[in-house]
Write a protein that binds this ligand. Structure first.
Ligand code: FMN
Length: 185
């Protein structure tokens, strides 16, 4: 599963997500793409009903569509723009809502790619890695930082693009290893 989280359609984030999709396909896997801004995702209410019910009680696209997609995925790559040294609000809402999936994302493989003008990449990566580690997911590689501001600029960051392809390959490979149940030392 490849999550693209910019409100700006066809911008740098969607470009990198597409690059990751192409690389995953080249590796023989079948990625699905989720643009979080295409879905109606309400913020977590902190109501704790999920502790009682085992699922979220909010009737929206997270509960009805995205929770299922997350649970089906072997691997999750998040591609996000950097917003105020962090992540966009819709992606944060999406992440908060996964509280109801405690224990259900364990051992899925994760990877993070962020794109921004200049500042805050590491903090955004850290936020997304923390989300994955909270769910006891497995990180295949350190996060990738790509530099770009206006549409098209990320395509010029050749080192970033190469690292993004490497991350996609690594995530697919590690997901295969986990699926086969080979012991990782
Ligand atoms: C609300 C907002 C906040 C931003 N904050 C940062 C920031 O803190 N650091 C940074 O390097 N770039 C920041 N940017 C720039 C974006 O990360 C950059 O333009 C990125 O390429 C956007 O991806 P997109 O083309 O997919 O929308 C910000 C952009 C917006 C709209």
């Amino acid at each position: 599963m490849i999550i693209s989280s910019s409100p700006r359609r066809e911008g740098n984030t969607d470009y990198i997500a597409k690059l990751a999709v192409d690389e995953v396909l080249r590796c023989g896997a079948e990625p699905i793409v989720v643009r979080v801004y295409d879905y109606r995702i309400e913020p977590c209410r902190g109501c704790r009903a999920c502790l009682r019910e085992g699922c979220c009680v909010i009737d929206d696209d997270f509960t009805n569509v995205l929770a299922g997609k997350l649970m089906e995925a072997d691997a999750i790559i998040i591609v996000s723009p950097v917003f105020f040294n962090s992540i966009p609000s819709q992606l944060k809402a999406f992440i908060d809502r996964t509280w109801c999936l405690r224990g259900k994302l364990r051992d899925k493989v994760g990877g993070v790619i962020v794109v921004g003008r200049r500042y805050g990449h590491e903090l955004a990566i850290c936020t997304l890695h923390s989300f994955m580690l909270k769910h006891e997911m497995i990180l295949g590689m350190r996060g990738v930082a790509i530099y770009g501001f206006e549409v098209g600029e990320a395509a010029k960051d050749t080192q970033g693009l190469e690292d993004a392809r490497k991350l996609a390959r690594r995530v697919v490979k590690l997901a295969e290893i986990v699926k086969r149940g080979i012991k990782i030392m």
